[in-house]
Design a protein around this ligand. Structure first.
Ligand SMILES: [Zn+2]
Length: 210
């Protein structure tokens, strides 16, 4: 049976999805969390890193962890332009929480260059992760970034990246590149049905969209 382990790096989450000894890492946290994430990954036979999208708080450690465990990094091709260049897909926000988060994030986003991993592979909607030892599939959920992806594990757990967030309560992602797309992606997550939802920010909940 697959288990999802939350690793908290300040206000950012990344997740180890493990089936016995085999595991994948979904997102990697920012640089301050590197040693903590490596220590957690060292408990497993790591097979793959999946980036829900390449913003620094999800992807800053990707290259280092990929090299440390000699594993590839999976990302949607649409978002590759975000490595080393946040401005390729500028963000907007909604609501007071969104304005605060965007204000804090923008300075770091603009000044942090997320190193592009050398072992990069491209994944798209519907791709299975069975080859990496985990019963999970990639779900395209654009809007926060244009190539954002989620990971649906055993039709029980859904790792949503920043398409949704739980800063105060579960909500549509407060930051977005394309608002129509992120709303459409929320409908897609709703259509998955009963799931535990794992956020890029905040603690897991049920599928609150139901
Ligand atoms: Zn983000």
């Amino acid at each position: 049976m697959v288990e999802v382990h939350q690793i908290k790096c300040g206000t950012d989450n990344c997740y180890i999805v493990a089936d016995g000894e085999n595991a994948i890492l979904v997102d990697t946290g920012s640089a301050a969390g590197l040693e903590k994430v490596i220590a957690e990954c060292s408990k497993y036979k790591m097979k793959l890193i999946v980036l829900t999208h390449p913003h620094f708080d999800h992807a800053e450690n990707a290259a280092a962890i990929s090299e440390r465990f000699d594993i590839p990094v999976a990302v949607n091709e649409t978002d590759v332009e975000l490595f080393e260049n946040y401005d390729a897909q500028p963000l907007k926000s909604y609501g007071l929480v969104g304005r605060i988060v965007l204000g804090i994030s923008l300075k770091v986003l603009r000044n942090t260059k997320v190193r592009r991993p050398e072992k990069l592979i491209f994944v798209k909607d519907g791709d299975s992760l069975k080859d990496y030892g985990i019963d999970a599939k990639i779900v395209s959920i654009p809007g926060h970034t244009l190539g954002s992806i989620g990971v649906d594990v055993e039709q029980k757990h859904f790792l949503a990246g920043d398409a949704l967030d739980n800063w105060i309560r579960p909500a549509l992602g407060h930051l977005f590149c394309d608002f129509d797309a992120i709303r459409q992606s929320a409908r897609k997550i709703k259509s998955l049905g009963e799931r535990t939802i794992y956020y890029g920010h905040g603690n897991p909940t049920g599928n609150f969209l139901l």
